[in-house]
Design a protein around this ligand. Structure first.
Ligand SMILES: [Zn+2]
Length: 285
C-alpha cells in the first residue's frame, strides 16, 4: 500500500477510535460479493483488511450473506466464509434477506452503528445506504486494490460536533470534565483546576490595575496651582506667538531695538564712567 494512503487511513481510523469508540480487533462485516470477488482474484481478504485498517481484524459474516455464498456453489469461497465468525441476524435461513437489508438491520440499530462494525462490501448500494449511518468505516475492492472510503458526511458531522462538545465541556463546566476515560479526564481536571484561578486573577487585576487616563487626570487636579499657571503662561505665549508673524516680528524688532539701546546706554554709561575714571585718574595725576 502506498505510504500516503496508509497515512490517511490511519488518520481516519483515529477519528473512529476517538469519536466512535472503535477498538481493536476491529469487527469487519464482509458481504457475499467481496468474499467471492477477492476469492476469484485470489486476493487474501483477511490480510487485505489488516493492511488497510493497519490493525488486527475480526472478519464476520451474517447468516444471510453466507447463505448467498452457498447459492453460488463456489466451494472454496464457502469454505473461506465458514472460517469467519458468524453474525446472527435472526433472519431464518430459509427466508434469507437480501444482503443489503440484512447488513442494514445488523449495522444500523436506531440509526447508530452500535456494535462498531467496519463494513467490507462490494455492493455500491449497500455502501451508499450505510453511509447515512454515522461512524461506519467502509471498505471495498477498487479493481485489485483494497480501499477505504473517506469519512462520510454523517460521520464527519458527528465527529466535529463531538470535538466541539469536548472542548466546551472542559472549559465551561469543570464538573463534566471527570466523566470521559481516565487519562483524558485527568488532563481536563488539571486544566479546569488551573483555569478558574487564572480567571480570578484576571478579574482582580482589572479594578486594581491603573487606568492611565484616570491617573493622568488626577495628577493634573492634585497640583493645580503650578501647572495651571504654567499652562496659562504657555497659553498666553501661544496666543501671542500665534496671532500673526508680522506683529511678532515687530515686537522682536522692538525688543531687540530696546535691548540694543539699553546696551548702548550701558556702554555709554560705562564709557562715561570710564571717562570719569580716566578723568579722575588724570585729575589725580
Ligand atoms: Zn440476515
Amino acid at each position: 500500500m502506498r505510504q500516503k494512503r496508509a497515512k490517511s487511513y490511519r488518520k481516519q481510523m483515529l477519528v473512529y477510535h476517538h469519536n466512535f469508540k472503535f477498538r481493536e480487533p476491529y469487527q469487519v462485516l464482509v458481504d457475499d460479493k467481496i468474499v467471492c470477488d477477492t476469492h476469484k482474484a485470489s486476493f487474501d481478504l483477511v490480510k487485505g483488511l489488516q493492511r488497510t485498517l493497519q490493525a488486527e481484524v475480526k472478519p464476520m459474516i451474517t447468516q444471510c450473506c453466507i447463505q448467498a455464498i452457498y447459492e453460488t456453489k463456489n466451494q472454496e469461497a464457502i469454505d473461506l466464509a465458514k472460517t469467519f465468525e458468524r453474525r446472527r441476524c435472526n433472519h431464518p435461513p430459509k427466508e434469507a434477506k437480501a444482503p443489503l437489508e440484512c447488513l442494514e438491520s445488523v449495522v444500523s440499530i436506531n440509526g447508530v452503528n452500535k456494535h462498531r462494525y467496519v463494513v467490507a462490501s462490494q455492493d455500491p448500494e449497500i455502501r451508499s445506504t450505510l453511509r447515512k449511518v454515522p461512524g461506519v468505516p467502509m471498505i471495498f475492492m477498487n479493481r485489485s486494490v483494497m480501499v477505504m472510503e473517506p469519512l462520510s458526511r454523517s460521520s464527519d458531522k458527528i465527529s466535529r460536533d463531538q470535538e466541539k462538545l469536548k472542548l466546551y465541556k472542559g472549559l465551561n463546566d469543570p464538573s463534566l470534565a471527570g466523566k470521559p476515560p481516565v487519562e483524558e479526564s485527568k488532563g481536563k481536571a488539571s486544566q479546569s483546576s488551573t483555569m478558574p484561578n487564572s480567571s480570578a486573577n484576571l478579574k482582580r487585576k482589572g479594578p486594581k490595575g491603573p487606568n492611565p487616563l484616570s491617573i493622568k487626570k488626577k495628577k493634573s487636579d492634585a497640583a493645580p496651582s503650578e501647572t495651571k499657571t504654567n499652562a496659562k503662561r504657555a497659553s498666553n505665549a501661544d496666543s501671542s506667538s500665534g496671532t500673526s508673524s508680522s506683529r511678532r516680528r515687530k515686537r522682536s524688532h522692538k525688543s531687540s531695538g530696546s535691548r540694543q539701546t539699553e546696551q548702548q546706554d550701558n556702554t555709554h554709561v560705562a564709557a562715561t564712567n570710564g571717562d570719569h575714571a580716566d578723568a579722575g585718574a588724570k585729575s589725580s595725576n
